[in-house]
Design a protein around this ligand. Sequence first.
Ligand code: 5GP
Length: 306
Amino acid sequence: MPAEAGRPEVFRDALLAAGVLLDGGGMGLMLRSGAFEDAARGVEMLMARQMAGDDAEVMMPPPAMPLRTLTRTGYMRSFPQLAGTISCFCGDEAGHRRLVASMEAGEDWTGQQEPSEVSMIPAACYLTYGQVAQRGPVAMDGKRVAVEAWCFRHEPSPDPCRMLMFRMRECVFYGTPDGAKAHRDQWLARMGEMAAMLQLPYTIEPANDPFFGRIGKIMARSQLELELKMELLIHVSDPVKPTACASVNLHLDSMGAKWGLETEDGAVAHTACGAYGIDRLTLALFRHHGPELSAWPAGVRAALWP
Ligand code: 5GP
């Protein structure tokens, strides 16, 4: 399907014209068609088969989490621009009358809501650290947890690869520094195998997260220099600038220290996360193999729907 450098809307419009996505009425809010979901489920099941030997405990989170989890992970320090907290109406009947009157008058009524105790989940792994920490020290040979969730990041964009909400499947490792590095190496190989099975041209490169502000720039540089984040890059909505369709992150002992995670020898546990973007890999398939699932290469179809 077509895409043009610096103009992600070209790919978006082609997806809309082909009926693969439907306009959700706001930037980053597309509806997915049956064909898109068939492909996304194929991708999801392929990921599940690839991770089947991980001996990972499944902990599927809802797409929201307590605000205190957002606080404890330091998300508001590093990525305040991406966070989405949830506000709700908590008033009485009189308050409700004022709310409805404001709406009918076309006024801004959002100030009549109050912050709730929850935020959207920005990455599938966020709820797992506290769960694992409360069980006591992690075995020396490590522990793996498998998660999948709809994630929210507030970055409205015309790029279909940057939707406000998207699905992420992850495998999180907790254990020794060497165990975390081995997990990273396994994911480096795994991400390439996934792209090869889907017949998607790719590279794997060091990357950094979009840390906020001046201090954030220093953090991003250090993350890049230490190669703590590696991304699977595929040309999707831009033929020049590729999109991260998966990543593997070494957190060193940062999450362990925040959550009081220890290994059996009393050391702070190291963690590492491999993450697939389900929607981005699905979009990459449409970009490279076209809008008709039945016309996709036989090898790709066999990988998705064995
Ligand atoms: P990370 O935590 O490394 O930023 O994200 C993990 C994976 O989630 C990325 O490699 C990517 O595949 C997916 N992802 C991150 N941001 C977005 C986004 O805005 N939209 C979509 N569809 N996927 C995303």
